[in-house]
Design a protein around this ligand. Structure first.
Ligand SMILES: [Zn+2]
Length: 391
């Protein structure tokens, strides 16, 4: 038997344990890009740590060779140790629908039927062994502060929350860092004395000031939810904070942000260059050239072409698309007609047709404004109006 440290990508927050008391974790062998499931015996796990997206599981095994691809030499120094339990619990299934019931305060209810326990349909009761990670957010934050600063955290004195609706904004600067915890991302840490928070709410113009008295480590945690919630934890502590690790992390974060900014600027430049290229390409398509190309590409049976506009509306906006369609001269009235069902004439970019919107081009090279009547059945009737000067 040997004790190894396994680096794994995912450990379930909660799992029902079967006969063999194993949980399924997900791990990538070193040097491989695809992961694999591993079944770990919970009774052989002595500790689970978490750092930047990876779990470090301290595991006792007699199959060291099997686990070797997942073994690392050490746990990262800033990793958070997670509490976990594996214990027998009673599980209740709804007497109506069979769903697993959940506790709301001290009452059981069914998430499906939204009913509680009824005398005429008592729940089915079952015992099961459950594995669960039970680390509270406050514990994660306190552990991180201790590891970052070499202090002893006495307690979490207060938590100031902020989200889209409002809440408390800390009025002091943070060292900007970035370390992901299980419950969110720590993006700031500071040492503060008598810190002030400004409280604002979206439906209220007043700003309320709160001041806390004492000396604290402040840790800002971004919960990365859709409400933009973050919280500032004020920690009472003993000892003298050392800032060298924080300074390294600040440096790292600064580089990360510069790199993000650089990538964004590069993407913007590429977009502009593409637009310019498209514009240059379109510039070559003068109305004269469009007419020339349209005549060259006319099918034999056609007498000309029309730039036909289709507007397709969605709920949010409208799309204007122009097609170059063949036209035929009517034997009955000398007007022209086309059909949206006919194949469009290819070879000219659609955007180049904008300058000749609703214009008829005839084989003799002349162009006329088109009076297009509404489609009646298969064909669209077109009358020629004034001549369009090409230049
Ligand atoms: Zn139910």
């Amino acid at each position: 038997m040997a004790e190894v440290i396994l680096r794994v990508e995912d450990v379930p927050r909660e799992a029902r344990l079967g006969e063999n008391a194993r949980i399924r974790v997900w791990a990538k062998p070193q040097g491989s890009s695809s992961g694999q499931g591993l079944n770990l015996d919970v009774s052989r796990i002595s500790a689970i740590h978490y750092f930047r997206g990876n779990y470090y599981v301290v595991y006792t095994t007699d199959k060291v060779d099997f686990y070797r691809p997942y073994v690392v030499e050490q746990i990262p120094p800033l990793a958070i140790q997670l509490k976990f339990v594996a214990k027998e619990e009673t599980i209740y299934y709804c007497g109506f629908c069979g769903c697993e019931m959940i506790w709301d305060a001290d009452e059981l209810f069914c998430p499906q039927c939204r009913a509680g326990v009824e005398w005429d349909a008592p729940p089915k009761v079952e015992k099961a062994r459950i594995f669960r990670i039970e680390t509270a957010i406050e514990e994660e934050v306190a552990q991180l502060a201790e590891k970052l600063l070499g202090v002893k955290v006495v307690k979490v004195a207060n938590v100031h929350r902020r989200s889209m609706g409002g809440g408390d904004v800390p009025k002091f600067p943070f060292h900007e860092i970035r370390i992901g915890l299980l419950s969110g991302v720590v993006d700031g840490v500071a040492e503060v004395t008598d810190p002030v928070f400004a409280e604002t709410w979206w439906d209220d113009n007043m700003v309320y000031q709160h001041q806390e008295h004492g000396r604290f480590i402040a840790v800002r945690l971004d919960f990365r939810d859709s409400y933009g919630t973050y919280a500032t934890y004020l920690l009472e502590f003993e000892g003298e904070p050392k800032w060298d690790i924080v300074q390294q992390l600040e440096e790292e974060e600064k580089k990360r942000r510069e790199e993000l900014k650089r990538l964004e600027e590069e993407r913007w430049r590429q977009w502009l260059a593409e637009q310019e290229k498209k514009r240059k390409k379109l510039e070559k398509w003068t109305p004269e050239k469009v007419v020339e190309k349209a005549i060259a590409n006319l099918p034999d049976w056609a007498d000309g072409a029309v730039v036909y506009t289709v507007v397709s509306r969605t709920e949010v906006d409208a799309d204007v698309i122009r097609y170059l369609l063949p036209v035929k001269k009517s034997k009955y009235n000398g007007d022209y007609y086309t059909s949206p069902d006919w194949a469009e004439i290819k070879g000219i970019p659609r955007q180049a047709l904008d300058k000749l919107a609703d214009t008829v081009i005839l084989r003799n090279g002349k162009a006329y404004k088109a009076k297009i009547s509404k489609s009646n059945g298969k064909y669209v009737n077109i009358k020629l109006a004034e001549e369009v000067k090409l230049e």
